[in-house]
Design a protein around this ligand. Structure first.
Ligand code: ADP
Ligand code: GN1
Ligand code: MG
Length: 349
């Protein structure tokens, strides 16, 4: 990748002398730019197979960034796109859509949960993000990935991928398929509540995994929610649940040794308290009542998505080896099984 010719299109004052791959996201290609005076930026190639309308993604980012940034004095607290010299936000080069973002300095990005205190802060940060966006009219945002958290559709997609079995991998995953099929009733919980008028549509993040929030390196308080590409109308329960998926797990999403993967109720409690505190008083009684199911549902949904991608030949999530998506699927299903055991306690919390 010839970075100099790409960044020449952006309004960057400093002299960038280094560009290296950065982070562990599954979708975009991320690089850290460093200038000779130490100033840093994030350079990203948006994955246009996943985000078909990168201009729409950037428009959403500008709206959300202006909404949150409007009340912020600390520039480390919100993500911003650096404009191009022609006044846009994207540079098309090498067949990709590139953007530059402000680098959030002096922050920590966790790849797996470590302490209850950090997990509380992750919950707080995502809840606070939702509270700040409660005053934004959801209809101004475009849907960057249609039906993103439509779990019944995700289930139908999995069944189709199993039927097609293009890689001949179905025979290896019969236990996982059976596990998911047994939980069909759970799959429709949120869509049913919405259809009955019980669940409000809000502006939500939709990808609240642990490495999409940064903590302040010094204070370890929630600092900045990042990866705003999926911010669009959705359910608060989904953001809570997707956060629990990684924040209340005792091991990484791709841990091969399943004996190390557990759902940890103390981490659940810490995230839930943080999320509630961050949300303030915006959540309705129905939303609160659905949080525990939401955690189970989002973990199951992600397990289905990994399995669907495994069966389809690993075309969506970035993988490092042949069984990577299957390994990821198995950690998610193990978490679901343990959440089922703890459901009464989760609801009580
Ligand atoms: P993906 O969609 O591939 O997950 P992300 O936007 O989440 O891409 O970026 C991948 C990783 O890069 C993040 O998990 C984080 O570690 C790092 N990162 C992204 N944006 C920033 C930023 N503005 N400041 C600091 N780190 C960032
Ligand atoms: C992807 O982009 P990243 O790594 O933050 C995915 C999420 C999944 C997650 C699983 C746009 O998140 O939906 O939950 O992987 N993002 C997209 O780790 O599909
Ligand atoms: Mg990410």
């Amino acid at each position: 990748m010839e970075y100099a010719s790409i960044i020449a299109h952006f309004d960057i004052k400093e002299n960038i002398t280094e560009c290296r791959p950065y982070g562990a996201g599954h979708i975009n290609s991320t690089f850290l730019l460093t200038a000779d005076n130490g100033k840093k930026y994030i350079l990203q190639a948006i994955n246009t197979d996943v985000f078909r309308d990168p201009e729409g993604v950037m428009q959403n980012l500008s709206i959300v960034s202006a909404h949150i940034g409007g009340t912020e004095t600390d520039e480390r607290r919100y993500l911003r796109a650096i404009p191009t010299l022609d006044g846009g936000y994207l540079c098309r080069a090498e067949g990709k859509a590139w953007r530059v973002l402000n680098f959030i300095e002096d922050s920590v990005c966790l790849e797996a949960a470590d302490s209850e205190a950090d997990v509380y802060e992750c919950g707080y940060g995502f809840g606070d993000f939702q509270r700040k966006l409660a005053s934004l009219d959801a209809s101004v945002l475009c849907e960057t990935i249609p039906s993103f958290h439509d779990t019944p559709k995700r289930y139908a997609d999995l069944l189709k991928a199993a039927e097609a079995d293009v890689c001949g991998r179905l025979a290896d995953v019969s236990a996982e398929m059976e596990f998911i099929k047994k939980r069909e009733a759970l799959i429709c919980v949120l869509q049913n509540a919405y259809a009955e008028g019980k669940l409000p549509l809000r502006v939500t993040h939709n990808d609240t995994k642990i490495n999409n929030i940064l903590l302040d390196k010094g204070t370890r308080k929630a600092l900045c929610v990042i990866d705003l590409d999926t911010v669009m109308p959705g359910f608060s329960v989904t953001d809570f649940g997707d956060g629990i998926r990684t924040c209340a797990a005792t091991a990484a999403e791709d841990e091969r040794d399943l004996s190390r993967v557990h759902f940890d109720i103390a981490l659940y409690r810490a995230f839930a308290r943080g999320f509630m505190d961050g949300c303030g008083d915006i959540l309705t009684d129905t939303e609160r009542a659905l949080l525990a199911e939401g955690a189970m549902l989002m973990t199951l949904e992600c397990g289905m998505r990994f399995l669907c991608d495994y069966l389809s030949g690993d075309t969506y999530f970035r993988t490092a080896y042949a069984e990577h998506n299957l390994v990821r699927c198995r950690t998610q299903l193990k978490m679901v099984a343990e959440m089922e055991e703890s459901l009464a306690q989760m609801r009580a919390l």
